[in-house]
Design a binder for this molecule. Structure first.
Ligand SMILES: NC(=O)C1=CN([C@@H]2O[C@H](COP(=O)(O)OP(=O)(O)OC[C@H]3O[C@@H](n4cnc5c(N)ncnc54)[C@H](OP(=O)(O)O)[C@@H]3O)[C@@H](O)[C@H]2O)C=CC1
Ligand SMILES: O=C([O-])CC(=O)C(=O)O
Length: 401
């Protein structure tokens, strides 16, 4: 073990092997203080450095599934300042498992070698109580993918257990205003389980990632209209991040005009466009041999930026959020993707001036029914009694076809 004295503060630094063994041991005791990783032990003390005077206060960001494909892309966006800004120093707290601990060390080593000025601290651990200590953001990516022959109910249960545990850990040690973005599938119901196990954190702070679906919808509309995708706005994804999700072409706009004024092919909108967005993940898996990772990471970055920067006038973004007094008549007490606006303070409000027609309402009812069925299926994990699984047969994740 190396001991360094910097800025009047004693810092403990271990070589990697020693660190591995110690972190594993310490992880068994939630009260233990997390250790820094490698070179990040040297850069911990922000106050000591002249050049950082104009920087904001350091924020703590936890990520689970940090050895997975999505995180591998996201990590370097976070550390480079692309997400939280060039004056926002960050601490990354990476949650792995026994299975992935060595991979986490590899991730942390790559972070060391990238020399990111804004990345002031990295810890790796398999203990959520250690990783979530004082975090302002929790990006929950790690989840078991559905394997061959596995029922969706089984996936809901296995992953639900993970998110119940992580909810309890967030409740115990995270910042009281932590913002939680659940990516691991089935993300809406995992987010619901997580928030139900974290009663001391506002339910409004929990999000399920549907931004990738929004981005996919914008891309398809732009392609059909023959415009660049920055011309597409007000694109809402309603409901579940599954193949029942509803990409809303009624309220979306192209060059400020209603989509229907620009794309006059109603059949294409109702059938091809809708299905393309719903099943985009599955088509990509067929081509790539694995699920969307880079574009998912981009969409997580978009989702965070949408909460920390004011939403452009007249526009909105989609996020899976808790239904509690929503203006659309969607069932309460589920996580449902809806149109949101933010003042840039990490919080959001639901958009009120949206319109509905029979097609949209019928589709919304279907995705709502699926989410209510998922909720019944995980009642044992949300503290709402005995689970009863009557999932509709066509219930699928975007990656399954
Ligand atoms: N909402 C969205 O838009 C999208 C969601 N997803 C979902 O994101 C999740 C992660 O995807 P991706 O990073 O590509 O997946 P990977 O398989 O690359 O990584 C998944 C990570 O999950 C962790 N994990 C946690 N529990 C288990 C378990 N019981 N079995 C296996 N692994 C587990 C593993 O890390 P460790 O060993 O450290 O726990 C692993 O590193 C998936 O659930 C996927 O379906 C994907 C694309 C889009
Ligand atoms: O189903 C998956 O794992 C992938 C997924 O969510 C998507 O691509 O939208």
């Amino acid at each position: 073990m190396l001991q360094l004295l910097e800025g009047g503060k004693r810092i403990h630094c271990h070589d990697n092997l020693e660190h591995t063994a110690k972190s594993k041991l310490e992880a068994e005791d939630p009260k233990n203080k997390p250790e820094c990783f490698g070179v990040f032990c040297l850069t911990y003390d922000l106050k000591a450095e002249e050049e950082t005077k104009s920087w904001k206060k350091l924020i703590n960001i936890a990520v689970s599934g940090a050895a997975g494909m999505i995180y591998n892309h996201l990590l370097f966006k976070l550390a480079s300042g692309q997400v939280f800004g060039p004056d926002q120093p960050i601490a990354l707290k990476l949650l792995g498992s026994e299975r992935s601990f060595e991979a986490l060390e590899g991730v942390a080593m790559e972070l060391e070698d990238s020399l990111f000025p804004l990345l002031r601290e990295v810890i790796i651990s398999i203990n959520p109580y250690e990783v979530f200590q004082d975090v302002e953001w929790a990006l929950l990516i790690g989840a078991k993918p559905r394997g061959p022959g596995m029922e969706r109910a089984g996936l809901l249960d296995i992953n639900g257990q993970i998110f119940a545990e992580q909810g309890r850990a967030l409740n115990a040690v995270a910042s009281r205003n932590v913002k939680v973005i659940v990516v691991g599938n089935p993300c809406n119901t995992n987010a619901l389980i997580c928030l139900k196990n974290a009663p001391n954190i506002p339910a409004k702070n929990f999000h399920a990632l549907t931004r990738l679906d929004e981005n996919r919808a914008k891309c398809q509309l732009a392609l059909k209209a023959g415009v660049f995708y920055d011309q597409v706005s007000n694109a809402t994804i309603w409901g579940n991040h599954s193949t029942t999700q509803v990409p809303d072409f009624l309220n979306a706009r192209i060059n400020g005009l209603s989509v229907k004024e620009v794309i006059k092919d109603q059949k294409w909108l109702e059938e091809e466009f809708t299905e393309k967005v719903q099943k985009r993940g599955g088509v990509l898996i067929k081509k790539w041999g694995r699920s969307s990772a880079a574009s998912t990471a981009v969409s997580i970055a978009d989702a965070i930026r949408s909460l920390i920067t004011p939403t452009p006038e007249g526009d909105w973004f989609s996020s899976g959020v808790y239904t509690n007094g929503n203006p659309y008549g969607v069932a309460e007490d589920i996580i449902f993707s809806m149109p949101c606006r933010s003042k840039g303070d990490g919080d959001y409000e639901l958009v009120k001036d949206v319109i509905f027609d029979d097609y949209l309402l019928k589709r919304i009812t279907k995705t709502e029914a699926e989410l209510l069925a998922e909720k019944r299926c995980v009642a044992h994990l949300t503290g709402e009694g005995i689970a009863f699984c009557d999932l509709p047969e066509d219930t699928m994740l975007p990656g399954e076809m």
